[in-house]
Design a protein around this ligand. Structure first.
Ligand SMILES: [Zn+2]
Length: 140
């Protein structure tokens, strides 16, 4: 088992723990975007969110909200919070074990999303409908 998060869950590697219950662990990110950057990880290994059961997917957000509220109450610099989950390498996932980032944000903190050059171009209603149909076909 090479997964670094599974090793942390099994206490084979140390972490700075913020929260733990039977299904989740929340820990300080060792490469924080801002001070107070926390990762919420399911204890059960899944590479992608689609491999998790629906109950755990829901619980993960509940844990993340709990952490975000605690960050807001703390004296950590925070004017907003980003919840970020990279699902797949191409989406920026570095550790292939699901993790939800809880990132404190403040003005001019240097972090942000880079948008493509065509961002802001509005697709036609027809194209939006066509794309919605494609996605709806995959819902069950
Ligand atoms: Zn793992």
């Amino acid at each position: 088992m090479k997964c670094i998060f599974c090793k942390i869950v099994k206490k084979e590697l140390p972490c700075s723990k913020v929260y733990e219950d039977k299904d989740f662990l929340a820990l300080m990110d060792i490469k924080p975007i801002n001070k107070g950057h926390v990762l919420v990880i399911p204890k059960k290994h899944s590479e992608l969110i689609s491999e998790m059961n629906k109950t755990d997917i829901s619980k993960m957000m509940v844990v993340a909200e709990k952490i975000s509220s605690a960050i807001r109450k703390s004296r950590i610099r925070c004017r907003g919070i980003n919840f970020f989950l990279a699902d797949g390498r191409t989406a920026g996932q570095e550790v292939l074990h699901v993790h939800l980032h809880v990132i404190p944000r403040f003005l001019n903190d240097g972090f942000g999303f880079k948008f493509p050059d065509n961002y802001g171009d509005k697709p036609s209603k027809k194209e939006l409908e066509r794309l919605a149909e494609k996605i709806k076909r995959g819902l069950d």
